[in-house]
Design a protein around this ligand. Structure first.
Ligand code: LRH
Length: 495
């Protein structure tokens, strides 16, 4: 078999990357071609997405590919974070600059949801975790504040579909992103019309869904010519990045839980069925559309976002400070001196994260930490993350009737060996860490499946196992960790 070359654009909350995957003899080799910032831009007090700069960065990535590998490419596909979207009019024009889900416009939307539909009914209809970042919350906020945009909208288009549209002229609706919008009913596998009705949203914005591996269209001829590429198809991966990452979880399958660790940490169980029951509703667990007809039973944890924001603040006094240095310092700090509920709303998008942590300590009667106490702060963040992982996985396993025998941590966060070890200690199961590039790898493998190279997740995961180093972390000091976990249950999670 001659090597196939497939290009993935992976848009994460901190950065975007163009990564080319070369598939040959049952192995996948990744080449990073281009990296660029993706953070939101604040304009007139709004947090907006610079989607035109994203488009330019994609073109820059395509040009770098041609410079290194020539004009022949087998496929291109984009994955991005979920929830964010644009609205198009009937002629396909973008009606407004898309918002970032971190914008404060959704701060009050849960009250509207409770009043107009009730959270329990919304959960029964959609099987999705209540989060203010959800597409539904964003649409409700837009309808309240910028009604004309919603009134003129003909198409809802998620960020990844929007970027595909810029490249192909085809308007699509990603199944994997739509599945977490809270506009979709996973049991009926259809749009949740009751939700549209309850919130007065126009049904005309619903579109036909595109599933992982389906062709979006051909790269626009003018773009191809400008970049020096031969004609090349654009293939939908799992456009939702978490689903892309889970594709490339080598330990996925029976008994193995998956943690996609990045700006958000998403705790996932890869299931052959949708779970919308009383327990799932109580803990607000998502049914997130996956590949090959499977379901990711999933729950968001605020994730490394808290640390990412602290790092930006620490960098003002310590310009060169890196994540490995932070982790090393945290490892040497005294354990269990403080605690956080990492999902507290204080941490969602504060003016200063170090300030938000101080406020949390104050409201829970803990001793403050100074701005320069990096090691202690980071240690508290890591411990609190690990505790939240355990709590979520325990509840998810109970709701789904799943026995977790192993945990596979994937994504950029799995390079943090210290956090992997803490997670193994509190979860009391072996942790398998890698690949760090799971999202891009999963994106590429689903495009490859779309080209007919693979027919199942098992085949894909075997290639992943043969292609990337995986590191194991065995539980240590489990009694000490269990005791601390029980403290968190009582004092922090309240049950
Ligand atoms: C992770 C992710 C997650 C969504 C969030 C907005 O990157 O896609 O699955 O909930 O971003």
């Amino acid at each position: 078999m001659t090597a196939k070359r497939i290009l993935a654009f992976d848009f994460g909350a901190e950065s975007g990357r163009a990564i080319m995957g070369e598939l040959e003899s049952g192995k996948l080799r990744l080449h990073e071609l281009h990296r660029f910032p993706t953070g939101f831009v604040e304009v007139n007090g709004k947090c907006l997405l610079n989607v035109l700069s994203f488009y330019e960065e994609i073109l820059a990535g395509l040009k770098k590919y041609v410079r290194e590998f020539g004009p022949v490419l087998d496929s291109i596909g984009i994955d991005t974070w979920g929830c964010d979207f644009g609205l198009l009019d009937g002629q396909g024009n973008l009606l407004a600059v898309p918002y970032s889900y971190r914008d404060s416009k959704t701060n009050e939307t849960d009250k509207i949801i409770q009043k107009k539909m009730g959270k329990d009914r919304l959960y029964s209809e959609t099987g999705i975790q209540m989060l203010q970042i959800n597409t539904l919350n964003q649409l409700i906020a837009l309808k309240e504040r910028e009604r004309t945009v919603v009134d003129h909208a003909s198409h809802l288009i998620y960020l990844g579909d929007l970027l595909h549209y810029f490249l192909t002229g085809q308007i699509t609706m990603s199944y994997t992103v739509n599945s977490i919008s809270q506009l979709y009913n996973p049991v009926k596998q259809a749009w949740a019309d009751e939700v549209f009705e309850a919130f007065g949203l126009p049904r005309r914005i619903q579109g036909d869904m595109i599933y992982p591996g389906q062709r979006v269209g051909m790269l626009d001829g003018q773009i191809a010519a400008e970049c020096g590429l031969d004609p090349v198809p654009v293939t939908a991966p799992c456009i939702h990045d978490t689903a892309s990452a889970a594709v490339a979880a080598p330990g996925g399958g029976e008994g193995a839980a998956i943690l996609s660790s990045g700006t958000w940490s998403i705790a996932c169980l890869d299931l052959d069925r949708v779970v919308v029951n009383e327990k799932a509703r109580e803990l607000s667990i998502s049914n997130s559309g996956f590949a090959f007809g499977r379901n990711l039973f999933a729950k968001n944890v605020m994730g490394l976002w808290v640390l990412q924001c602290c790092k930006r603040e620490w960098q003002k006094k310590n310009p060169g400070i890196s994540y490995p240095e932070i982790a090393e310092a945290a490892e040497k700090a005294q354990p269990f001196t403080r605690w956080l509920d990492i999902d507290d709303e204080l941490f969602f998008n504060p003016d200063t994260m170090c300030g938000a942590i101080r406020s949390y300590f104050a409201k829970t009667g803990q001793k403050p930490l100074g701005e320069d106490q990096i090691a202690e702060t980071a240690r508290t963040i890591y411990e609190s993350l690990a505790m939240k992982y355990r709590r979520n996985f325990d509840k998810m396993a109970e709701a789904a009737g799943f026995e977790i025998r192993e945990l596979n941590i994937i994504g950029g966060g799995c390079n943090n060996r210290f956090l992997n070890q803490l997670t193994a200690n509190v979860m009391k199961v072996p942790v398998m860490a890698g690949p760090g590039e799971a999202t891009a790898a999963g994106n590429i493998m689903i495009q490859a499946a779309g080209l007919g190279l693979f027919g199942s997740l098992d085949e894909i995961r075997e290639v992943i196992r043969n292609s990337f180093p995986i590191e194991y972390f065995l539980p240590e000091d489990v009694d000490v960790w269990e005791k601390r976990y029980q403290f968190y249950r009582e004092r922090v999670f309240h049950g």
